[in-house]
Write a protein that binds this ligand. Structure first.
Ligand SMILES: [Zn+2]
Length: 160
């Protein structure tokens, strides 16, 4: 049930908490920039300091690390086997904070697009082809990508 992650994998997961400019976020920013979008970063005046804010589309993009923010059914959100209680509390507080941020933004009439780290690993900008229309056209107030079903998470188990 719980997966054992390699030392290298764990180190990469851990590095995800350092700093604001984690890799997946940079991938998304670079993509948006190439597409000609204008945006601001870590806007302190909005709930939860959203990672990427496209004011003219009233859209916030939140880029989440799968491990820390508990991407459902994702291979990278394996449960650590030790200090379980510590981790569970840590995770619960992250998930709670994300929900509060998301709800507050949506209530203030912002569109919220949540992008999980596993969808935008390096050199995967092309996977973001859906994003411009989600920003410009979609009426959905909340978009989450990628979604992982139980099956998908097993099938895409290999890293790299
Ligand atoms: Zn994930």
């Amino acid at each position: 049930m719980t997966d054992i992650v390699s030392k290298a994998t764990r180190a990469r997961m851990m590095s995800g908490i350092r700093g604001k400019n984690t890799n997946p976020e940079v991938v998304v920013r670079r993509f948006l920039h190439k597409q000609g979008f204008r945006f601001r970063l870590h806007v302190a005046s909005l709930p939860g300091r959203p990672d990427i804010v496209l004011k003219s589309y009233r859209t916030c993009i939140l880029v989440h690390g799968c491990f820390w923010h508990r991407h459902r059914n994702c291979i990278y959100s394996a449960n650590p086997k030790t200090r379980t209680r510590f981790w569970q509390e840590k995770f619960a507080s992250n998930v709670r904070r994300d929900a509060v941020t998301r709800d507050a933004l949506i209530e203030s009439d912002w569109k919220v697009i949540e992008i999980w780290e596993c969808g935008v690993r390096q050199n995967s900008e092309s996977k973001l082809h859906w994003l411009p229309s989600a920003i410009r056209q979609s009426r959905a107030r909340h978009v989450q990508w990628p979604r992982r079903s139980n099956k998908a998470s097993k099938a895409s188990g290999n890293r790299q």
